[in-house]
Ligand binder design. Structure first.
Ligand SMILES: [Zn+2]
Length: 103
């Protein structure tokens, strides 16, 4: 999906329609990935390295068809920056697209 670099939209700081820059911001990190006892934390600590049976931290069986991730597209988060007051407004837009490109 293609989105333009600038748009004319309402700025709540200037209280009028202004030209605003569009920037795609990251959707944020996953919550709770580095909690105690999680596999990703153990791997970051290097517990899955070495010789022999790693037990809990060793290799995992393949994820079954039903446990696999179902969503193939991501929602995009867009940041609008006003060209007049240079203030930014973040808006979570629920647009699902495989890849978001800026024109
Ligand atoms: Zn403004």
């Amino acid at each position: 999906m293609k989105i333009p670099k600038t748009t004319n939209r309402y700025c709540p700081y200037c209280k009028k329609k202004t030209e605003q820059k569009i920037k795609i911001v990251s959707t944020g990190g996953k919550r709770g990935t580095l909690t105690r006892g999680s596999l990703s934390r153990a791997k970051k600590r290097g517990l899955n390295r070495g010789i022999g049976n790693k037990g809990k931290w060793g290799s995992r069986p393949a994820i079954s068809k039903f446990k696999r991730k179902t969503k193939t597209t991501k929602k995009t988060n867009i940041m609008y920056t006003c060209n007049e007051c240079k203030k930014s407004k973040y808006q979570k837009k629920g647009q699902r697209a495989g890849k978001v490109l800026q024109e």
